[in-house]
Ligand binder design. Structure first.
Ligand SMILES: Cc1ncc(COP(=O)(O)O)c(C=O)c1O
Length: 390
């Protein structure tokens, strides 16, 4: 029997080093609902394993044991049914790092990198700060769901300077889990136009409504040879500060190029606690992920019900992630006013939609990975503020 994790219990992060609660950004009377980590305590198995490691009393360079890759492959097989080989896996200090390695390995300065917008803000920086250019493939909001404009996608991929596509699946911030059919179309187009795929699957554990996450490489062996996948248990288990990520590159040449980039960036040493966490979480904590998913579905239902009684703010119903994309365009507020309204009137702090690109104007992204009571408080504050505004 697995333990039952109490997600109603708040990890009480205010006053700790938690960035989400940085008092310079989020005063005491404002509920922080921005950066993508949770307000839940980590699984007990992890805390116990870390305490035991602390008792060893030494933290010199660790060696690269095979268990790390085995744990990552085990999770992929057990959760998503993908037979990834442990040999395809290596450590990365964060899920963003393999994206950086891939951009540097598979494109040259002046080349273009395609991203589907609105997009996780560091995607723009990764491309532009490395002297590459962004090609946008805006997702289209149709009847409350974001859809891929495949014609536009092919135009972008067909540009001879486009060398890499940064795929984000599940997609932050729109909450889409792309279907195997959509992934197949993306994969075929990338092969046709010789574009390498970097697939950021950091949110892959958090997929709702009986859907299952599809690793891009699992769709077709030809896609597996033309991609590198980034994963990190951090979004699920609240371990972002431990640097727990990995990349999975089925093709040996791709792997070699990724490792070369990692070496060049002097980021090859596994952190003791990050590597330990990957092994414990991916081997022992599936039950926690299952229970959290169910809890989050309850939080999302609550937001949906509350917003159905509110004027001017609509939920883009997520298929994945605990990051809710709220369409506030009906309020008609310029973006700085919208953010001021959220923080000063509703007393909640979501992410500013505009930081995800121009398609995010009129939107905010709200993180609901917190105890139900916090979501209830946030929703009643928002409703009250909206009622007053009306
Ligand atoms: C899509 C996506 N990729 C990557 C990251 C960050 O990953 P890491 O902290 O492991 O670099 C986030 C965090 O919010 C994210 O949403």
């Amino acid at each position: 029997m697995h333990p039952v994790h109490d997600f109603d219990q708040d990890a009480n992060r205010r006053g700790t080093d938690a960035r989400k609660y940085d008092p310079a950004l989020c005063p005491e009377d404002v509920i922080p609902m921005w950066i993508a980590d949770t307000d839940f305590c980590c699984p007990k198995e992890l805390l116990d394993a870390m305490a035991e490691r602390v008792r060893q009393g030494h933290f010199g360079y660790p060696y690269n044991d095979a268990e790390f890759g085995q744990a990552v492959a085990h999770w992929q097989k057990e959760r998503f049914g993908w037979d990834a080989s442990p040999e395809w896996v290596d450590f990365a200090p964060g899920a963003v790092m393999p994206l950086l390695y891939g951009i540097r390995a598979f494109s040259a300065p002046g080349d273009k990198v395609l991203i589907q917008t609105p997009a996780y803000p560091p995607f723009y920086a990764l491309v532009e700060n490395n002297g590459r250019r962004v090609v946008r493939n805006p997702l289209k909001l149709i009847n409350g769901r974001y859809e891929i404009d495949f014609e536009d996608l092919e135009r972008g991929l067909a540009d001879l300077r486009t060398r890499v596509m940064l795929l984000c699946n599940p997609h932050n911030p729109t909450g889409r889990e792309f279907t195997p059919e959509e992934l197949r179309r993306i994969g075929e187009l990338c092969l046709k136009h010789h574009v390498f795929v970097l697939s950021d699957e950091i949110h892959g554990d958090i997929v709702y409504g009986g859907r299952k996450h599809t690793p891009f490489a699992a769709v077709d062996p030809r896609f597996a040879g033309n991609c590198c996948i980034a994963v990190n248990p951090s979004k699920t288990f609240n371990t972002a500060g431990l640097r727990t990520a990995a990349f999975i590159a089925p093709d040996p040449n791709v792997r070699a190029l990724m490792l070369e980039q990692r070496m060049n960036n002097k980021a090859f040493g596994r952190p003791v606690f990050g590597a330990l966490s990957v092994k414990v979480l991916y081997r022992q904590c599936g039950y926690y992920a299952d229970q959290m998913l169910e809890y989050l579905e309850g939080n999302i239902r609550l937001v949906e019900e509350s917003l159905s009684q509110c004027r001017g703010v609509r939920l883009v119903k997520p298929e994945a992630t605990y990051l809710l994309w709220l369409d506030c365009r009906e309020l008609g507020l310029p973006q700085p006013e919208l953010m001021r309204f959220m923080k000063e009137k509703a007393k909640i702090l979501p992410n500013d939609g505009e930081t995800f690109g121009r398609e995010g104007v009129g939107f905010v992204r709200m993180n609901v990975a917190c105890p139900r009571a916090t979501v209830e408080r946030a929703m009643s504050q928002l409703k009250r503020a909206l009622d007053k505004e009306a």
